[in-house]
Design a binder for this molecule. Structure first.
Ligand SMILES: C/C(=C\CNc1ncnc2c1ncn2[C@@H]1O[C@H](COP(=O)(O)O)[C@@H](O)[C@H]1O)CO
Length: 236
């Protein structure tokens, strides 16, 4: 690992910190109650740090997408184009700060002379922030990180991804559906990738009565990064 990467891993807390994080959700209740009390302070600190740094950010768009789809894939190209279009629209690009599509969007932000932000997460196998993140905010807890994503962005563009990306998409959709956030436009990039999910929402969930038509229609689905960004920034 390069010195830069080692430094980033250190900022994210290293291997011991990751084990400590996992103990939060350990249902065996083996954790030391004294240590658990301090954990509450650490969680609070995570919010304080995020609010302190991101409160000064200005207009921003979240870009979510796969950690695994690397340079050379269509998703990476789209992520790059999205990041650049967000930057050229005068918004900061906020990603998870990791590899794959996150890296692509941060790279696009740098290319577009914009603000490139990463909300990093300490993971047992992670390699720190990608090299295009210029403002790095480290987190240990996904829930604290997700609050900061939505609190400091005005909309989101979601590129192809896996479980993490779906978690972020459905977190946002839940917050919108329940009125916990107001106007928060969502755009999904990749018609072929996202259409089966939208079809399932309409044909199964809406059909069964578990969601409404508005929930199905909420995200814009497009292959055009510029259209996605215009929608997420409220400029369409
Ligand atoms: C899998 C690998 C590294 C993972 N590193 C991550 N760093 C930062 N953010 C991440 C990471 N993994 C997931 N995320 C978040 O979820 C979304 C991507 O998850 P997916 O399952 O790949 O769709 C992304 O938007 C992040 O916020 C080693 O290659």
């Amino acid at each position: 690992m390069s010195d830069d990467r080692t430094e980033v891993t250190r900022q994210l807390g290293g291997t011991r910190a990751v084990e400590f994080d996992r103990a939060l959700l350990d249902s065996s209740h083996a954790a030391d109650p004294g240590e658990e009390a301090w954990r509450a302070m650490r969680i609070q600190g995570e919010f304080v740090n995020g609010f302190d740094i991101l409160g000064k950010l200005g207009p921003a768009i979240a870009v979510f997408g796969s950690a695994r789809l690397k340079e050379g894939t269509e998703a990476y190209e789209l992520g790059f184009a999205v990041g650049r279009a967000v930057a050229e629209s005068g918004f900061a690009v906020v990603t998870g700060g990791g590899p794959g599509v996150m890296e692509a969007a941060n790279r696009g932000a740098v290319e577009g002379d914009g603000v490139s932000v990463g909300l990093g997460i300490s993971l047992p196998f992670e390699d720190g922030f990608n090299k295009y993140v210029k403002l790095a905010v480290p987190f240990h807890y996904f829930f604290a990180r997700k609050v900061n994503f939505v609190k400091y962005t005005q909309g989101a563009v979601v590129c192809a991804g896996g479980i993490g990306t779906l978690d972020e998409l459905f977190e946002v959709m839940t917050l919108i559906q329940t009125g916990k956030v107001g106007d928060y436009p969502l755009a999904l990039v990749g018609v072929k990738f996202w259409t089966p999910l939208i079809d399932w929402l309409r044909d199964t969930l809406k059909e069964e009565g578990t969601i409404s038509e508005a929930d199905v229609l909420r995200p814009l689905v497009t292959d055009d990064p510029a259209e996605a960004v215009a929608h997420a920034t409220g400029r369409d």
